[in-house]
Design a protein around this ligand. Structure first.
Ligand code: NOJ
Length: 531
């Protein structure tokens, strides 16, 4: 196949350094065929919505054939599309139609594990102990469980098959881990990258990027592993994988980017993934996990910018994704930080306060140096849905129902109408709340005070303000609990205090997340100024 070039409007080689990237959880975005499951046709029909929102790229969570044991992060075939979402021809058309509107497409690559329905795993089970087919995975012959590694979804990481061998899965048993010491595994993934780059994809988001390499001795996790000493996370050899992926990406015209999902408290180890011959960017989860508190956020901004500087990579700014509690809910709670282990049903939430803070955070994050991620529905101010009767997420089941899981942030988007299904044809795969009529796109798009209008205005200003996007910031003098910084002739002021604060001298008030009160910025709000 002749590699598809990117659109002429999209030839800036540094596009990724300040791009606004919209995350599409395809099952829940828009329904093209009326069966209650979002699909590629639904996305194609709503590309003008994304253009009008002002995004530079869309990132699709996995859209491949999959039993959906983990929302598609259990891939059965990396070179095709799940029939419920459409087909390959539809995906190819979508990529081109989006490019024609100036929107690049990023897809999700899941290299750590595959589905137990993938041909490789089926062949490994059939071929039996000692077979070459099993060497692509971590099969171990052992009377007892080979070790006590704990799954990222709680519980055990080993499952025994009928012939007595055990196989490793850092997530669910339906997601067997691949053995990255095996040349087939490396070759296959490089081929998959080429398959999608040939189709005009502008980048890949790399799932669980730090987990690929395991200590082949499979030892227990030491009590306090030092850097690179954990037996299944952030091992030094993993960087070789991304160096070879970078070489594949760089062999294509236009910049094809590698974006890592790297959860890493050690910011130096995090930045190692962003060295010039590895990934382009990685998700900045530190900022996302911080509570709504000026000192905490400032500390995060400073430490993440400092971590990125030595490798000359831009930071990313992320308020949420398909795994975490929606911002309007999180910021409306007494503890507004995010931690997977702390998620519980029925946490008291003040959605009015949370929405106000989420508006302020939307402007703050869009003003910081680097690229920006927006998770579908955050631009509508959707809350986390707590009362879903039938849950799908293994994080919920594997916690014995203690953890609500991630279904609450994956509810199908409300497009129009006064009641569910809000513009969806059939019954949506997850039920939508009855009180979302004011949150539909139709209800918000002509209301200048809506979350959607705020996002549109912010992204338009971000695009037209040269000082925004990539670059530096300088903190300026401000009242306590206020985040004020300058970038060229642009100033951001975010008031996290309980007081109204005066704005610095300015030429023009560009945008505020709340109306000013007697010329002052009220609590939990952001102002953008030209100075
Ligand atoms: C991270 C993904 O974002 C999440 O949704 C998934 O469950 C795990 N990786 C495992 O693939």
């Amino acid at each position: 196949m002749v590699p598809t070039p990117l659109a002429p409007s999209a030839t800036d080689p540094l596009w990724w350094r300040d791009a606004v990237i919209y995350q599409i959880y395809i099952r829940s975005f828009a329904d093209g065929n009326g069966d209650g499951t979002g699909d590629i046709e639904g996305v194609r029909a709503h590309l003008p919505y994304l253009r009008d929102l002002g995004v530079d790229a869309i990132w699709f969570t996995p859209w491949y054939p999959s039993p959906l044991a983990d929302g598609g992060y259990d891939v059965a075939d990396y070179r095709n599309i799940h029939p419920a979402f459409g087909d390959l021809a539809g995906a190819e058309a979508l990529i081109q139609e989006a490019l024609a509107l100036g929107i690049r497409t990023i897809i999700d690559i899941v290299p750590n594990h595959i589905s137990n329905e993938h041909e490789w795993f089926k062949a490994a089970l059939a071929a039996g102990p000692g077979s070459p087919e099993r060497e692509r995975f971590w099969f171990v012959e052992s009377e007892t469980m080979p070790n006590h590694w704990v799954s990222n979804f709680q519980g055990e990481t080993w499952t025994q098959v009928p012939d007595g061998e055990w196989y490793l899965h850092l997530f669910t048993p339906e997601q067997p881990d691949l053995n990255w010491n095996h040349p087939d595994v490396r070759r296959e993934h490089e081929d998959v990258l080429r398959f999608w780059f040939d189709r005009g994809v502008a980048g890949v988001r790399i799932d669980s990027a730090a987990l690929l390499i395991k200590d082949p001795a499979l030892p227990e996790v030491p009590e306090n592993p030092g850097p690179g000493e954990h037996p299944n996370t952030d091992r030094d050899e993993v960087h070789d994988v991304y160096r070879s992926w970078r070489a594949v990406a760089d062999s294509y015209p236009g910049t094809r980017v590698l974006v890592g999902e790297v959860w890493m408290p050690d910011t130096k180890r995090f930045a190692d993934y962003l060295r010039p011959d590895e990934m382009h960017t990685a998700f900045n989860f530190d900022f996302m996990a911080r509570p709504w508190n000026a000192a905490e956020l400032r500390e995060s901004i400073d430490s993440m910018l400092a971590a990125h500087a030595p490798v000359n990579a831009p930071s990313t700014w992320v308020l949420s994704n398909h795994d975490v509690t929606r911002p309007v809910t999180r910021y409306g709670r007494e503890d507004s930080s995010f931690a997977f282990a702390a998620k519980r049903f029925g946490t008291p939430t003040d959605l009015v306060k949370g929405t106000r803070r989420a508006r302020a955070a939307a402007l703050l994050s869009a003003a910081l140096p680097g690229s920006l991620y927006i998770y579908q529905g955050d631009e509508l101010g959707l809350p986390e849905v707590d009362d879903i009767p039938l849950r799908e997420d293994p994080m919920h089941f594997r916690s014995n129902g203690v953890d609500p899981g991630r279904d609450g942030c994956r509810v199908p988007l409300p497009w129009s109408g006064d009641a569910p299904p809000y513009g969806w044809g059939g019954t949506p795969w997850l039920p939508q709340p009855g009180d979302w009529a004011p949150l539909t796109v139709d209800a918000q798009q002509h209301d200048p005070a809506s979350m959607l209008s705020l996002y549109r205005a912010a992204l338009e200003l971000r695009r037209s303000t040269a000082a925004l996007g990539d670059g530096d910031l300088a903190w300026t003098e401000s009242a306590p609990d206020v985040l004020a910084f300058q970038r060229g002739d642009f100033v951001n002021v975010t008031n996290l205090s309980a007081e109204h604060v005066a704005l610095p001298a300015h030429k023009k008030l560009l945008l505020t997340s709340e109306p000013l009160v007697n010329g002052e910025l009220p609590p939990d709000s952001t102002a953008w100024l030209r100075v």
